[in-house]
Write a protein that binds this ligand. Structure first.
Ligand code: F6P
Length: 362
């Protein structure tokens, strides 16, 4: 009997749990449905260049707890605007038909796209071109709509919380203000959760533009209470009231070309100038994307991987697996992409933090 073949790829910035999803997809595909599984390397680049590997039980064994992705990933290759060298110059070409051809060359019945907004936006477009597509929501930023949680977020929060714990002891020894800048693009989920878990004194979110006078007032109040140090967690997308984000670089051909970074240094310099308290800045960076997924992400990734293969079996194409309450469900990919899930400045978590004195610089 001929086995149906499914394809899988991991796109966008990597995060902890990608390998756990791949493992669940391959094992479920083979054991539950007798599928063959083919993996494309380096995100959409592998689909454009037909760079693939057959995935089986043995090459996904031992990867549940491994960071990164055994398939490789890329957050710059948009198949609809793919950069190709021509006459010594780089030119943008629409390579989406090549992707469709490669999927058909391998006789692939359905594709599972594991990624964030950029990857899933292209997955939606391939679905509209006739590819039987299923999406899995990935990103440390947790900024995808229609899912309560993306995998990778829980581990990033744990990494950032661990950094805050470490900053606490050195802040206390030196009577300093310690700033921690965390990732998250234009959403403040990592900063909010890690800030609360780590006992930060001030959290600056993109969703709550800050006022420097309000921050220095909070820090002075702490000093008056005899606290000789403070911890400030700054989301990379934070911005002053009436001001703008700090951009660290522009990455051409990336679905979202703006890379944020540097606001922590600005906030640190402004605090030191305004209060005279010695201030140091740590930019946590890609440490948040690396390393072993924590137990929460391993479980969520596994559930998502299994559910994605079940959707293929049910013929529920154009759908993305998601978490609704504590249950795994699915939504149209088209609904989930193109908008960002922001922190609501009046949500229960922000209000709870404010009620015990945590400041948001507003
Ligand atoms: O989307 C994940 C993320 O890590 C963001 O939090 C961050 O702004 C961005 O990717 C960094 O991208 P790059 O890996 O291209 O520096």
């Amino acid at each position: 009997m001929k086995h149906l073949r499914i394809g899988v790829m991991t796109g966008g910035g990597d995060c902890p749990g990608l390998n756990a999803v791949l493992r669940a997809v391959v094992k479920t595909g083979i054991r539950k449905y007798n599928y063959e599984v083919i993996g494309f390397r380096d995100g959409y680049r592998g689909l454009v260049k037909n760079d693939y590997v057959i995935l089986n039980d043995s090459n996904v064994s031992g990867i549940l707890d491994r960071g990164g992705t055994i398939l490789g990933s890329s957050n710059r290759d948009n198949p609809f605007k793919f950069l190709i060298e021509s006459g010594g110059k780089m030119e943008e070409r629409d390579m989406s038909e090549r992707v469709v051809e490669n999927i058909s060359i391998h006789d692939i019945y359905a594709m599972i796209f594991i990624g964030g907004d950029g990857t899933l936006t292209s997955a939606r477009d391939f679905y509209n071109k006739g590819i039987r597509a299923v999406g899995v929501p990935k990103t440390i930023d947790n900024d995808l709509n229609y899912t309560e949680q993306t995998f990778g977020f829980a581990t990033a929060v744990e990494t950032a919380t661990d950094a805050i714990d470490k900053l606490h002891s050195t802040a206390e020894s030196h009577h300093r203000v310690m700033i921690l800048e965390v990732m998250g693009r234009n959403a403040g989920w990592i900063a909010l959760h890690a800030g609360i878990a780590g006992g930060a004194d001030v959290i600056l979110l993109p969703e709550i533009p800050y006022n420097m006078d309000s921050i220095t007032e909070s820090l002075r109040r702490r000093k008056d209470l005899g606290k000789n140090f403070s911890i400030v967690v700054v989301a990379e997308g934070a911005k002053p009231l009436g001001g703008d984000v700090v951009v660290s670089k522009i990455v051409e051909n990336s679905p979202d070309p703006v890379r944020l970074g540097g606001i922590g240094n600005k906030v640190g310099a402004d605090i030191e100038a305004a209060t005279g308290i010695e201030t140091r800045v740590t930019v946590l960076g890609h440490v948040q994307r690396g390393g072993r997924p924590n137990a929460t992400d391993r479980v969520l990734s596994t559930r998502y991987g299994v559910a994605a293969v079940d959707l293929v079996h049910e013929g529920a194409f154009g759908q993305m697996v998601c978490l609704k309450g504590s249950k795994i469900s699915s939504v149209p990919i088209a609904d989930a992409v193109g908008t960002i899930k922001y922190v609501d400045p009046n949500c229960e978590l922000v209000m709870a933090a404010k009620s015990f004195g945590l400041a948001f610089g507003d």
